[in-house]
Structure formats: structure tokens, C-alpha cells
Write a protein that binds this ligand. Structure first.
Ligand SMILES: *Cc1c(COP(=O)(O)O)cnc(C)c1O
Length: 361
């Protein structure tokens, strides 16, 4: 298949803007007269320093990050933040965790190694199909931070409000960062693996209130200290250079789309195309409760595992890739990140209608 015949609905690593890939391809062998590719140059070179500063500056602008907060470019995936957050912020005390899916559940369990975890809310009682309301959060007065995952990639739910808490908010935004405007000042720490909506896998973006740095447990590995990374501007050691470069190219594309506000204006429209089909279907059932639905990851199923598998297989054969749900839950999932064009959504919609006509009994 050619790239033109394909729409990729993968949850991550996922589709990147074509414009970013084309620029990377054009600059691949010789980055702007350096005679080297970005993959081959020193991270201490003026070439790379410019790439780094440019990507950081553009991210700061895209998310309107206040000067109180630092942007870090780290490695280890979003998953390493499950450990770094408690190591750096828990101070052996208590932290509140909202468990609304697989990733927040793992993060909560990891934090137990470093202090007292209080589960402030959980939607596990109904298969993580909903997001607890503010009134349902049981907040501990002594919590060092309140942790939640803004968009639950596997279950297809999203928080449609920012929790009100006295403690700093820590948020996993891996699968929704850059898709909606965020008041960064409200957060103590935001993190996101790049491979959902920003860049190739290998880069984790952390945005943290500098006032929270320096509280790490004494046994914290040097590499896992936010303080170290702030002091060295993410270059204590070699950063993920290629991914940072790609992030810069994605941010250029984002700007051409009207920035975060521009993509935010159409993300709901894109998701609504698929949710409308689900809501008017006798074959498809949405997995998330309507009021908790994610615009980024649309989860649904037919109720018959074999039929779900046939759906994913036939879709794949027609160039609609990666619609199989996460292995832990099954079903189907269409990820509609920023770089997924409306055209791809419409082709999927047409396929869903056709499949329903052919398979509904
Ligand atoms: C994908 C994902 C993760 C895990 O990311 P890694 O970079 O693979 O560690 C964590 N949280 C959320 C919300 C995700 O979507």
C-alpha cells in the first residue's frame, strides 16, 4: 500500500503530520548545510542547540507555559513518570490518586513504593467507562499532590473538567496534549509521552512548576531528579535528539493549523462523526459513557469478539489501519489525534456504515 491509500488510527506510536515527515525527509541527509543528519550531530553542537531551543520555545508558545514552569525533554516514556513523580514529589507522605484507567492504576501502584497512596476516586466499578465528578473526589487534606490521567487512551474516556484541589495537580496528558488549551498555571506537573500527539517514541515532555523541584527522596537516582534536569536544561546526558527535532517540526505544522486552539476547534467535530454512527447503530456500542467520551480515542464494540476481529481485519485490508482495541480490553478503537485528517475520519465512517449493513442480523 502507498501512504496515500492508508489512514492510521493507531493509539501510539501514531500518525504524524505529513508536512513534518516531508521536512524531516528533505533534511535527512544534510541538515541545513551541516553536512550531517540530526541523528549524527553532537547534542552540544550549535546546530542541535538551536533545534532544542526552537522546539522548547514553540512548545512554550503552543501551550502558553508561564515562566513559573519549566519544560523538560526526558526519556523513559510516560511510564517512567509513574516513578519519577512520587520519587520527587511525595516526600514520604501521602498522595491522592484518581484511578480512571490502566495507566493511572499502574501509576497509583508504583507510588505505593514511596509513601501512602489514597485513592481519591476510581471508576473501576464500571469498567472505567466514566470519570468521577468533582463531588465524588475524596481529597486528603495532607496530600502532597493530586494525580490523574486526563485522557484514558485504552478506555476512551476523558476528564471534561480540571479537578479543584488544594494540593498541586499532577496530570498524565500523554494522549491529549496539544489537542486542547490548558491553563498550565493550574498544574504542578504535566507529563506526556510524545508518541501519541507530538513526535516519535523516545521523548517524554514534562512541564513542572519550578517551585516543586528539589524535594526528591535522598536515594533518587541522579537521572530521575527533576532538579538535576532543570539545572542542566534536560541535557545532563544525551537527550533524545531526533525526537526533539521532530517535535519542532510537528509544532510548526500545528502553528499552520491555528495552534492548539485551531485543532481544538475541530477535534470534537471529528470524534462526533464516529460517535454519531455508534449512537445511531444497532451493531456498534460505545464503551464509554457519553458524558465521559474522549475525542482522541473512540472505543466501541459489536458485542461479538469474532465480529470485532473481522471488522479490524477488513478495515486493515482497505487501508484503515490499527482499529483493534487494546489487548487488555479487546473491542475496537479509533484514535483521532491531531494529525488524523477529517478525510480519514470520513473514510472510517463510510466503512463502519457499510460493515453494519453487511453484518447486522
Ligand atoms: C501511552 C500512554 C502511557 C504509556 O506511555 P509510554 O511512553 O509507553 O510509557 C501512559 N499514559 C497514557 C495516558 C498513555 O496514553
Amino acid at each position: 500500500m502507498t501512504r496515500e491509500q492508508v489512514f492510521n488510527f493507531a493509539a501510539g506510536p501514531s500518525v504524524l503530520p505529513r508536512q513534518a515527515l516531508e521536512r524531516a525527509a528533505a533534511e535527512m541527509l544534510n541538515y541545513r548545510g551541516s553536512g550531517m543528519s540530526v541523528m549524527e550531530m553532537s547534542h552540544r553542537s550549535p546546530w542541535f542547540q538551536e533545534i532544542f531551543d526552537d522546539a522548547k520555545g514553540k512548545l512554550k508558545k503552543a501551550l502558553d507555559v508561564p515562566d513559573s514552569h519549566e519544560i523538560l525533554f526526558l526519556q523513559g516514556g510516560a511510564s517512567l513518570q509513574f516513578s519519577m513523580v512520587p520519587l520527587n514529589l511525595m516526600e514520604g507522605g501521602t498522595a491522592d490518586y484518581a484511578v480512571t484507567g490502566n495507566f493511572s492504576n499502574i501509576a497509583m501502584k508504583e507510588a505505593k513504593k514511596y509513601g501512602t497512596v489514597h485513592v481519591a476516586a476510581s471508576s473501576q466499578d464500571d469498567d472505567f467507562s466514566y470519570i468521577p465528578a468533582q463531588e465524588q473526589l475524596t481529597i486528603s487534606p495532607e496530600a502532597k499532590y493530586f494525580y490523574y490521567c486526563a485522557n484514558n487512551t485504552i478506555y476512551g474516556t476523558a476528564w471534561n473538567y480540571v479537578p479543584e484541589t488544594a494540593a498541586p495537580l499532577v496530570c498524565d496528558m500523554s494522549s491529549e496534549i496539544l489537542s486542547r488549551r490548558v491553563d498550565v498555571a493550574k498544574y504542578g506537573l504535566i507529563f506526556a509521552g510524545a508518541q501519541k500527539n507530538m513526535a516519535p517514541a523516545g521523548l517524554t515532555v514534562v512541564i513542572l512548576d519550578k517551585a516543586l523541584a528539589g524535594r526528591e527522596a535522598p536515594y533518587t537516582p541522579l537521572m530521575l531528579s527533576y532538579k538535576t534536569m532543570i539545572e542542566k536544561d534536560s541535557m545532563y546526558n544525551t537527550p533524545p535528539c531526533w525526537c526533539i527535532y521532530m517535535l519542532g517540526l510537528t509544532l510548526d505544522w500545528l502553528e499552520s493549523q491555528g495552534g492548539v486552539a485551531g485543532v481544538e476547534a475541530i477535534k470534537h467535530e471529528k470524534a462526533a462523526v464516529i460517535y454519531d454512527i455508534i449512537d445511531n447503530s444497532r451493531l456498534y456500542k460505545g464503551c464509554a459513557r457519553p458524558e465521559a467520551r474522549s475525542d482522541m480515542n473512540v472505543t466501541f464494540r459489536t458485542g461479538d469478539a469474532d465480529l470485532d476481529a473481522a471488522f479490524a481485519k477488513q478495515a486493515q485490508a482497505q487501508g484503515l489501519l490499527n482499529l483493534k482495541g487494546h489487548r487488555s480490553v479487546g473491542g475496537l478503537r479509533a484514535s483521532l489525534y491531531n494529525a488524523q485528517p477529517m478525510e480519514g475520519v470520513q473514510v472510517l465512517a463510510a466503512f463502519m456504515k457499510k460493515f453494519e449493513v453487511e453484518h447486522h442480523v
